[in-house]
Ligand binder design. Sequence first.
Ligand code: HH2
Length: 263
Amino acid sequence: MTVMGILNATPDSFWAGSRFDAEAAVVRGLALAGEGAGILDIGGESTRPGSSYVETEEELRRVLPVVEGLMSAQCPVPLSVDTRKLEVMARAHKAGATWLNDVSALVDDPRLGPFAAEAGLTVVLMHRQGHPEAMQTSPRYADVVTDVIDFLSRRVDAALGWGIRKESLVLDPGFGFGKTLEHTLELFRALPRIRALGFPVLVGLSRKSFLGTLTGAPVEDRLAASVAAGLAAVDAGADIVRVHDVAATVQAWKVWEALRSRP
Ligand code: HH2
C-alpha cells in the first residue's frame, strides 16, 4: 500500500483540518512525508460538492509556493498536483512535481494529455459524473460499475493515444464525485474488477460524506471511519490510498499487515 497525503492550499476544502496557507502547507507536507506518506498531493482548487471554479492565476498563487517550498526543503517523496489546468501543471512540473492528479481524467483541459506525455508525468485518471457545482444533486447510472469501468477504459485509450506510457497511469473510481451511498458501496465491491483493468488503483475515501452517512459522524470526527475505509480498500485491491490522516493510516496498516500475513 502507498499512502498519498493530502495537502490542500485552499481556503474552502471540505475538511477544515486539511486547509493550509503556503507556508504551513510546506511544514505539513514534510510532516506527512515523515509519517510515511509515499506521495504528497497538492491541491489549489477544492472539488467538493458545491465548490466553484478557481481562476488559473489564483490556483497558481496557491499551489506553486507549496511545490517550490517542498522542493527546496528536499522533500523526500514525489509531489503530485491535483489540478485540471495545463498552466498549473506546467509550472508545477517545472518546479519539480512529477504526478498529475486530474479529477476530470484529462477531459476538462485536453492540452494536459499531450503535456503529460511529453513531460513523462504519472497521471491519475479519475471518474466523476457531472461537475463539482451539482455532481451530488442526483447522480444516476444505468449501472454504476459498468459506467465507471467503460469511462476509465476510454480515458486510458485517450491517454495512451497521446503517448502517455501504460506504466504511468493510475485509475481512480472517484468516490464522492457523483455517487450516492448505494453507488459507493457497489463501486467499492467492484474494486477487484477495476484493478483487473491492469493499472494501479487509487482511492480517495478519507473523511468523505458517505462515512458520515454510515456513522452519523461529522467530518471532524471521521478519523476511525476513514482508516477503516482505507484498510478495506487495500484489502479489496486498491494500491494507493489518498488520505488526510497519514500517521493513523500507516499505523493501522502496519498492524493489519502483520496480523494477516502468514508465516
Ligand atoms: N478527492 C478529492 C480531491 N481530489 N483526487 C482523486 N484522484 N481522488 C479523490 O477521491 C479525490 C481527489 C476531495 O478531497 P479533498 O482534496 O480533501 O477535498 P477538496 O476537494 O474539498 O479540497
